[in-house]
Design a protein around this ligand. Structure first.
Ligand SMILES: NC(=O)C1=CN([C@@H]2O[C@H](COP(=O)(O)OP(=O)(O)OC[C@H]3O[C@@H](n4cnc5c(N)ncnc54)[C@H](OP(=O)(O)O)[C@@H]3O)[C@@H](O)[C@H]2O)C=CC1
Ligand SMILES: CC[C@](O)(C(C)=O)C(=O)O
Ligand SMILES: [Mg+2]
Ligand SMILES: [Mg+2]
Length: 331
């Protein structure tokens, strides 16, 4: 499939400016979408339950906050940006009873549609605007006049205009400044889950923790291990982000480059590639989704245990101390 990629000049901001948008949830993505839509001249309200701790934050920014049901009833474009595991219940209780013919139901990630957890009626548009980056950076880049690339997808085109609406929405949160790629709910969900598990979050975190452990267990100072495998990683990845892997190799020494080329494939070897393929197959056949939904329904015992173990890792304590001594970091 040839890529279809859109920029600001391809998008009509007026389309989303003519809609009444409800952003359900005000977390990482929710705050970024609501504030950037508002700054792009869109009529936006935020849907949060009474007693939600996010309410005060949204109100402090001058946004109108209603309950999810009230916001859904008032809006004709509803963007669900609550946690994936909560969306099915929010949809059933608050959104579905308030969906009208001609409304648009939007997602920031395809999980609930891809795995059949939400089944919208046929007379509404179902589309996705999925930023390829953390929500706090989606907002930061928008404010800085830049943007985080987005994926758009249309699952159901009841109006005949769903793609133009999704592109317009993506432009309003800054995505079309960087590039908006057309995809499907299936492709977005599977690549996103694979990416965050194998490379961006799971793979990178495990690589850093393991590198730190190898150095510390060999008797090197933990502070040096932290600077070497975590702090400097951002600087190296920034170079990759600017100029690709080849651009990064231009800035490092030839000693590092030879070590990179000759040793990298010994760390990330055929066994790792096979593990990545297994992870992808568990995403594709629904094993991961089933496990995550069941884990959430059981009160997240494994998630909580693994999270506590991660937080207790020595690298966190060392990093906290070192970051607190850097004048420019958030204390
Ligand atoms: N995090 C990211 O950067 C990315 C996320 N996505 C997708 O965006 C979606 C949102 O994820 P993310 O931003 O991480 O979510 P967060 O966990 O950061 O935010 C959750 C928000 O939803 C609110 N919430 C919880 N329960 C309800 C409810 N019943 N009704 C309404 N709001 C509720 C929370 O309120 P309270 O404060 O009260 O808990 C909070 O404001 C997901 O589909 C995710 O996959 C896509 C790309 C990147
Ligand atoms: C990489 C994690 C992510 O997919 C994201 C920020 O894009 C997420 O679900 O948070
Ligand atoms: Mg992602
Ligand atoms: Mg994700």
């Amino acid at each position: 499939m040839a890529v279809e990629i859109f920029y600001d000049a391809d998008a009509d901001l007026g389309i989303v400016q003519g809609r009444k948008v409800a952003v359900i949830g005000y977390g990482s993505q929710g705050h970024a979408h609501a504030l950037s839509l508002r700054d792009s001249g869109v009529d936006v309200r935020v849907g949060l339950p009474e007693g939600s701790k996010s309410r005060a934050k949204a109100e402090e920014e001058g946004l109108r906050v209603l309950t999810p049901a009230e916001a859904s009833a008032e809006a004709d474009l509803i963007m669900i940006l609550a946690p994936d595991t909560k969306q099915r219940e929010i949809y059933a209780n608050d959104i579905a009873p308030n969906l009208k013919q001609g409304d648009a139901l939007f997602f920031g990630h395809g999980f609930n549609i891809r795995y059949g957890l939400i089944q919208p009626p046929a007379d509404v548009d179902v589309a996705m605007v999925a930023p390829k980056g953390p929500g706090h950076l989606v907002r930061r880049q928008f404010v800085d006049g830049k943007g985080v690339p987005c994926l758009i997808a249309v699952e159901q085109d009841a109006s005949g205009n769903a793609q133009a609406l999704a592109l317009s929405y993506a432009a309003a949160i800054g995505g079309a400044r960087a590039g908006v790629i057309k995809t499907t709910f299936k492709e977005e969900t599977e690549t996103d889950l694979f990416g965050e598990q194998a490379v961006l979050c799971g793979g990178a975190s495990a690589l850093v923790q393991t590198g730190f452990e190898v150095l510390v267990e060999a008797g090197y100072q933990p502070e040096i291990a932290y600077f070497e495998v975590l702090h400097e990683l951002k600087l190296i990845v920034d170079l990759m982000w600017e100029g690709g892997i080849a651009g990064q190799r231009y800035s490092i020494s030839d000693t590092a480059e030879y070590g990179d080329l000759s040793r990298g494939p010994r760390v990330i070897d055929a066994h790792v590639k096979e593990s990545m393929r297994k992870i992808l197959s568990e995403v594709q056949d629904g094993t991961f989704a089933k496990e995550w939904v069941a884990e959430d329904e059981a009160g997240r015992p494994n998630f909580t245990k693994l999270q506590a173990e991660g937080n207790a890792h020595q690298i966190e304590e060392v990093g906290k101390k070192l970051r607190s001594l850097m004048s420019w970091t958030n204390k």
